[in-house]
Structures are given as structure tokens and as C-alpha cells.
Design a protein around this ligand. Structure first.
Ligand code: ADP
Ligand code: ZN
Ligand code: ZN
Length: 821
């Protein structure tokens, strides 16, 4: 008998061993999806990680209950990547499994199961007795937990049955309406005779006789199915295609079915079909771009990773497109990572025009259905294609990855902060490319300090483009001192006089304006004017934020919400007021200042639904709106031809992050948002409003001087021993009891200090020190570059184990954040 090590979607560090029943032995493989029992009541879908001939010890081993697919759902080297992430980011493989695989592929005992109302039993197939029982039960109860369903059915291997029913589409997982996997089916038509039987064909022709319509349908079918081309397989013919090609009505086909000429059947199709004959339309590159492209290729002869630093609007996207095209021509697949979904919208449109159906889009805003489809599509084919997606796309089952491109590589949203795995998508992508033996291109106008440092020191290749496509000049940047504006009463509310004038001029010239307001630090807060009371979240250490549309208060950390009080709960006065500017209030103010212009707003509130980004961006592209007001989302990568003026309403909130990356984040954000102005030929203008005009970062942005900014920043990092000169590991402890978590933090820090000495900083309460009812303590570990990370991590585990039985540690949760961003 063989034994399988199984990864379960749990945050546990152990591996779980199950016995492989003889009847499954022939089909099971590494990467297979299996159903197993865990504990007494729970059932999980797990992934086989290894198969061994020996039992791992002499404890009782449960058998695998069933194998859920005919073949593995993972491909080499996916499990290797999971291993690397778990090891490097100090989390369990179960955590990685949870993040990597769409939930439709991993039903758990907690999942709600329901009958699929649209399911039709294929012709000729009857319900089995047990299936009928399940459906009856679900008809009565509407939906049931998988575990309860099994209990009620009283069948030992109930879940295996359920999994099969899920796979055929009879049942579905009812997480929410939009996240459930349902294979799509199409109606198809085929001839009911064997292909090589000429007599049967004559009989068919006879039975069609003089019916012109039926003859048309038959001829169309023979053509579409390539019936006569014996060397090829009979092609699947959809009912729709047949109707279109022949021009006959559905009734004609029905009549032919009744005569026994045609058979109707259904096939489940993937939502994404990739016809091989897509026409590729590439823009020719400028000489500068061609030079950069050649330089990238040349640098790959002795580097695995190359950094392309090209100023905003230099046409990096076009260079990616050419590289991707070469990859596809070589029969390989390409992965293009982008930091956030707001960016994919425009990029998807641009790349769709070039690569047609060979482009697959994958991100978390998609329904689980769509994600499962893309997963299966990649699993079932080796065809060349390009996947564009946010960080989770790197978990897809690529067959032959030939290129990885990470766009806007500096962006901190590549880092997942919560929950585990707390991985950086850019860094994991480089590792993935290495496992496939392919090259990585990192692209940015403002590379991260770490990446540029690696490029300068020769670890990465480096290619730079210093001017924009067609030599459009970079925009003029003006820094406006808001204190002086207010003193001289030049401002109009939030808008300084220079910004008003610049915007007005642009609008008169029928150009467009972007007004940028950082999401951070401007949320509208509520204060009682009489006693100073402000509403706090009951679960977190943050103030609640006012939402005008619902007249209610929200916590952005845990989602808690409550009604806006009309009288102050502390003093009873009728003096509760809203202060500060939400983007909505800003939009109102701007609209009032420019009554002749149309404005639109892009922020979290206006983009909750999936198409909203697309609509806002398209309207602005088509000049249906004149002024776009927005947060981070408007700053990233977007390409609008007619934007002449960009206003940064309050740079202070961008420049004062409470961490060592403060300058980096500030410079990147301002340079990026400035880069939206004047992208085609005529010069743009950027107005940055601040109360601290002497901040040196502003001067680098004004001169668009990345190098000078970098030189200053790298020196500061060297002095303070921050990355890239050290490696950071944050250790967090959380507990619902503040005294316990404080004690646990102190205990852990002392134990760490015994080994790591001065490399340990803290413990301290983080900036937001209570989240979702848990109090937090944080400890920072600064490790020398070049120190052995496996050793460091082994020590961390040992320290934890030595303390694990202490009640303060035992009742707390502990986790790590490696390379925090
Ligand atoms: P980046 O990604 O470097 O900010 P983009 O790739 O968005 O720059 O290019 C900026 C603009 O210039 C886009 O509108 C793009 O269509 C245009 N452009 C860049 N390269 C070419 C080219 N070779 N042919 C035609 N248009 C180009
Ligand atoms: Zn009050
Ligand atoms: Zn909260």
C-alpha cells in the first residue's frame, strides 16, 4: 500500500498522511485533488504533495476517500512554487493552497451546497438513486453545509458523491451568487451515421430527398464538420453555427432529428476558447524603443531578470507587447502581472486588440466560475497564450511559461499583507520564471529602491528609456504652498489659484484634467463640537469614516458600520459634525468651481461593481467627461491622450507615511500621477499643492529626476541599515486581551534578543494597534543581507516552540511578515 502526503487548506504547519486505497492507486499522482476526512467531522479537498511506499509511523492512518479528477489539477512546478512561498514567507503550505486555487476547486465541509437550478440532465442519462436523494433533500432545505448534507444522507462516502455531482453541474457551491463554478454547455449537432459508411451516407441523402431546407442544413453540416476530410477529426458543430451557416430554421433541424439524420447533444465548454488563427496586430516600434527592446534581449544572455526603467509614456507597454508576441510565436506562454485591477482595464483593451482570444485575464474581481474556467483551460492545453492578471495569476497551471513581465514593479500592492501568505507577487514571479527556466522583465518609470540597486550592482540587467514616445516633453511641475495661498486668500476652498487657472485654461482648450487626492489621511471624520467625542470602531483602534450615500459610519479595517448619530452619545448635545474631505465632497467642490465642465469620480465607492472602472475610464477616454477626480486608481499606468493638467490636491498625505519607505512611496506616487499629463505631443502641467514645499522629494518630482532621488534615498537606507542593506522580518502577536498580548510581545522579544541581539527592535504597538477585536504587538527583525535565511527561520521556529506552552503565547496568534512593504 502507498501513502500520500496531502496539503489541506489550513494554517497548520504539519503534513497530513493518508493511505491510498488499492482501487485509487493506479490513478493517483502528485498534484491530484483528493477528498479526505480531517478530525471527526470535517472533510476537505486536499492536494497530493508526495507519494511514499512507507507508512510514516505507527499511528492510525485514514484512507483517502476519493480522487476528484481523472488527472492532477496542478502542473510541475506549481508545488515547488508553493513550497518556496511557504518557506520564504514563513507560512503553511495550506495557506498557499488557499490563496492559489480558486474556491470552486476546493469545496470544504463548511461550504454551502445547493442544487443548480439550471441543470438539465443530458438525454439518455437517468438520475441515480443517491443523486435523487441528494436533490430531494436540497429541494426541501434549499442549501446545506457539505458536512450536514453528508450527515443527513448517512452515507459513508457521501462527499465523493457530492463532488461528482458538483463536477457534473447538478450541484453548486453557494458561496454567493457570483462565485460558483458552473460549466457552461452548448447545444451541438452531429450526423447519426458512422463517417466511413458510404451506404449510410446515401441513405441519408435519400431521406433528405427534395427538401431544399434540409439539404442546405446537411451540406452546411458536412462543411462545418469537415466530414469529407478524412485525415482530420470530425469537428464539433454547434447548433448555432449550423443555423447561421445554413440559414435554415430550428424547426428544420428538429425535423431532421426526428427522421434520425441528426442527433442533438450537449458539450460543456470552457468560457475561453482560443482559436489558433488570431491575427496579431503590432505597432511598429520607434528607433528608441527598438534599441531598448534589443538591449533587453541582449541583457538576458547573462541575466535572468532585467529592469526596464522608462519614463512615463515612453511606451514600455509596446515593448512588452513585442516581447510577448515573440514568446507566443515560439509556442510558449507569457504572464503579464499588473499591480491592481484598475490597471488591467485599459491594458486589457490594448492587448486584446493585438492578441485577440489568446489573451486571458485573471484577477480576484472575477467570479469563481471564470477563474476555474481559466484554470482548467490552462490545465487542458499547451497552446501559446498570454495571461494578464494581478498577483494571484502566478498560481495558474502554466504548461510552458516563456516570459514573465511585471509591470509597475515598484507598486506596493504586489505585496499581500493580510491574510497569509504574505507574499510579494513580483518576487514570487521571478522565482516562478526561474523554475520554468524563462526570463523576467520588470518595468517601471520609478523602480523600487531594491530593484534599481540590484540593477546598478549588476544582479539584474538594466535598460533605460529617458524620453517619451515621439519625444512628447515631460510635464512642467509647479509646487504650490497652500499656507501662503490661504494667508493671501488666493485659494478657493481646496483649490489654489494656480491650479484653478491651469485647469481653466486646459478646459478652454478642450483638454482634460485629473485631480488626484490620496486615499490616506483625508477620510471624512465625525466630531462632536461640544465635547470633542469622535466615533471609534468597536473592534479596531481606528476612527469610523463617514459615508454620505448611506448617512452612516464605517470601519475600513473590519467592515463594521453603524448609523450616524444625530446627538452626541457622550454629551447628548446636538453638535455632531462631519469634517474633512472625502473624494465625493471634493468632486462636489470641483464641480462647483467649474460649472461648465462635466466631472467624474473614481474611488473605492464608485467602482464597487466590476464594470464601473471600465465605464469611468472609457467615458474619460472618449472625452465624455472633462475632469476626473480620484484616488490612487487614477495615478497608475492609465494612458489618456487629452489630459493636459494634473492637480495633486494635498501632497502632504502622500509624503508622510509612518515608515522607512515614506520617501519612496511619496516620490513614486507623485511622479506616476504627474506622468498622466501631456502624454501626446503637447506639454502637460502638474500642480502639486502642499503645506511643506521644502520637502526634498517635491524637488525631485519637479525635475523628474529619478536618479537624484535614488542617490539620496539609497544613502539614507545605507545609513539607517534598511533594505536593500538589510532584510526585514516583522513578527506579530495578536490576542483579544491587551494585557496578555503586551506580555506575550515582551516575552517573545526577549527570547529573540537572546539570539539576535541588537537586530531586534520592539516590541511596540503598531500604528493601528487593534484590528477586528484583536490587540497587536509588533517586533522588527533586521537581518544582514547574506545571512542564511533558512537558519534565521529555523531559529524563529525553535524560539516559538520553546515558548509555545507559555499560556501568554499559547493563547495568542503569531505570524510573520517577511519583506514588509
Ligand atoms: P508607458 O507604459 O511607458 O507609460 P505607453 O506604452 O502607455 O507608455 O505609451 C504611451 C503612449 O504612446 C500610448 O498611447 C501608446 O499607444 C503610444 N505609443 C507608444 N509606443 C508606440 C508605438 N511604437 N507606436 C504607436 N504608439 C505608441
Ligand atoms: Zn459631545
Ligand atoms: Zn473595525
Amino acid at each position: 500500500m502507498r501513502y500520500a502526503q496531502v496539503i489541506l487548506p489550513l494554517p497548520l504547519f504539519a503534513t497530513f498522511t493518508y493511505a491510498v486505497p488499492d482501487e485509487l492507486d493506479a490513478d493517483i499522482a502528485v498534484g491530484s485533488r483528493v477528498l479526505v476526512q480531517f478530525g471527526r467531522k470535517k472533510f476537505y479537498t486536499g492536494i497530493v504533495e508526495a507519494l511514499t511506499p512507507d507508512p510514516p509511523g505507527n499511528f492510525e492512518i485514514k484512507p483517502i476517500l476519493s480522487l476528484l479528477d481523472a488527472s492532477p489539477i496542478l502542473r510541475y512546478p506549481q508545488l515547488k512554487l508553493w513550497d518556496w512561498i511557504a518557506e520564504y514567507y514563513l507560512c503553511s503550505k495550506g495557506d498557499v493552497f488557499k490563496a492559489a486555487v480558486p474556491s470552486g476547486l476546493k469545496p470544504e465541509s463548511e461550504s454551502w451546497i445547493m442544487a443548480n437550478p439550471d441543470f438539465e440532465l443530458p438525454e439518455g442519462r437517468k438520475l441515480k438513486e443517491k443523486e435523487a436523494m441528494v436533490l430531494m433533500l436540497l429541494e426541501k432545505e434549499k442549501k446545506l453545509r457539505l458536512s450536514i448534507l453528508e450527515e443527513r444522507l448517512g452515507i459513508k462516502r457521501g462527499s465523493a458523491l457530492i463532488s461528482r455531482m458538483l463536477d457534473t453541474g447538478m450541484l453548486e457551491i453557494a458561496e454567493s451568487l457570483s462565485t460558483r463554478y458552473r460549466p457552461k454547455t452548448v447545444a451541438c449537432v452531429r450526423l447519426s451515421i458512422p463517417r466511413d459508411n458510404t451506404e449510410a451516407m446515401h441513405a441519408v441523402l435519400d431521406s433528405v430527398g427534395r427538401a431544399r431546407q434540409q439539404e442546405k442544413a446537411l451540406m452546411a453540416y458536412l462543411d462545418l464538420s469537415r466530414w469529407m476530410q478524412r485525415q482530420q477529426k470530425v469537428a464539433e458543430v454547434t447548433r448555432e453555427a449550423l443555423l447561421e451557416k445554413s440559414g435554415v430554421s430550428g424547426a428544420v433541424l428538429n425535423a431532421m432529428r426526428d427522421k434520425g439524420i441528426f442527433e442533438f447533444y450537449k458539450v460543456s465548454v470552457n468560457r475561453f476558447n482560443m482559436p489558433v488563427d488570431t491575427v496579431v496586430r503590432l505597432s511598429p516600434l520607434s528607433p528608441l524603443q527598438t534599441g531598448a527592446l534589443d538591449a533587453v534581449r541582449a541583457s538576458w544572455t547573462d541575466h535572468n531578470v532585467t529592469l526596464l526603467r522608462g519614463v512615463t509614456g515612453s511606451g514600455k507597454t509596446e515593448i512588452y507587447t513585442h516581447l510577448i508576441n515573440t514568446t507566443l510565436e515560439q509556442g510558449n506562454q507569457a504572464l503579464l502581472l499588473v499591480p491592481e485591477i484598475s490597471l488591467t482595464t485599459q491594458l486589457t483593451d490594448r492587448l486584446r486588440a493585438v492578441f485577440g482570444n489568446r489573451l486571458l485575464v485573471y484577477h480576484s474581481r472575477f467570479s469563481d466560475n471564470e477563474r476555474v474556467d481559466i484554470w482548467k483551460k490552462l490545465l487542458g492545453s499547451n497552446e501559446p497564450c498570454v495571461v494578464i492578471g494581478a498577483r494571484s495569476a502566478l498560481f495558474l497551471p502554466f504548461a510552458r511559461l516563456g516570459l514573465v513581465v511585471v509591470d509597475e514593479e515598484h507598486d506596493t500592492s504586489y505585496k499581500q499583507t493580510d491574510p497569509a501568505p504574505r507574499y510579494n507577487g513580483r518576487d514570487a514571479a521571478i522565482v516562478l520564471a526561474g523554475m520554468h527556466g524563462c526570463k523576467t522583465l520588470l518595468g517601471s518609470a520609478t523602480p523600487s529602491i531594491e530593484s534599481y540597486y540590484k540593477a546598478l550592482s549588476g544582479k539584474y540587467g538594466l535598460v533605460e528609456i529617458e524620453s517619451r514616445f515621439e519625444d512628447s516633453p515631460l510635464p512642467d511641475v509647479e509646487i504650490v504652498d497652500m499656507k501662503a495661498q490661504r494667508k493671501e486668500r488666493l485659494n478657493r476652498g481646496i483649490l489654489s489659484r494656480p491650479l484653478v487657472e491651469a485647469a481653466r485654461e486646459a478646459l478652454e482648450q478642450k483638454r482634460q484634467v485629473i485631480m488626484f487626492q490620496n486615499r490616506r489621511g483625508f477620510a471624512p471624520v465625525v466630531v462632536c463640537k461640544a465635547c470633542g467625542w469622535t466615533p471609534k470602531c468597536q473592534n479596531c483602534d481606528v476612527s469610523l469614516v463617514y459615508h454620505k450615500p448611506t448617512d452612516s459610519l464605517h470601519c475600513h479595517y473590519c467592515g463594521f458600520s453603524q448609523r450616524q448619530p444625530s446627538v452626541c452619545p457622550a454629551c447628548g448635545e446636538n453638535a455632531v459634525e462631519v469634517f474633512g474631505y472625502g473624494t465625493q465632497r471634493i468632486e462636489e467642490e470641483i464641480a462647483a468651481s467649474f460649472p461648465e465642465a462635466t466631472t467624474a469620480r473614481m474611488d473605492l465607492d464608485t467602482t464597487r461593481n466590476k464594470d464601473a472602472y471600465h465605464d469611468i475610464i472609457t467615458d474619460f477616454s472618449d472625452s465624455k467627461t472633462d475632469i476626473l477626480v480620484g484616488t490612487q486608481m487614477v495615478s497608475k499606468g492609465l494612458d489618456f491622450g487629452k489630459v493636459k493638467v494634473v492637480g495633486v490636491l494635498n501632497a502632504d498625505t502622500v509624503l508622510n507615511y509612518p515608515d522607512f519607505r515614506s520617501n519612496e512611496k511619496g516620490f513614486n506616487m507623485l511622479e506616476q500621477v504627474a506622468g498622466r499629463a501631456g502624454r501626446r505631443s503637447e506639454k502637460g502641467r502638474v500642480v502639486i499643492q502642499t503645506t511643506n514645499p521644502s520637502n526634498p522629494v517635491l524637488e525631485y518630482v519637479r525635475r523628474h529626476d529619478y536618479r537624484a532621488y535614488y542617490e539620496a534615498e539609497i544613502e539614507a537606507r545605507r545609513e539607517l541599515n534598511y533594505p536593500p542593506f538589510s532584510k526585514l522580518i516583522m513578527v506579530y502577536v495578536k490576542n483579544k486581551d491587551q494585557a496578555v498580548v503586551d506580555a506575550a510581545g515582551a516575552l517573545l522579544a526577549a527570547a529573540l534578543r537572546d539570539v539576535f541581539g541588537a537586530r531586534v527592535l520592539g516590541p511596540e504597538r503598531p500604528f493601528v494597534s487593534r484590528v477586528a477585536t484583536y490587540y497587536l504587538q509588533q517586533i522588527m527583525l533586521k537581518i544582514e543581507v547574506g545571512a542564511s535565511l533558512p537558519k534565521v527561520k529555523a531559529i524563529l521556529r525553535r524560539i516559538y516552540e520553546s515558548l509555545a506552552r507559555d499560556p501568554r503565547i499559547k493563547t495568542s496568534l503569531l505570524y510573520y511578515d517577511v519583506d514588509p512593504s
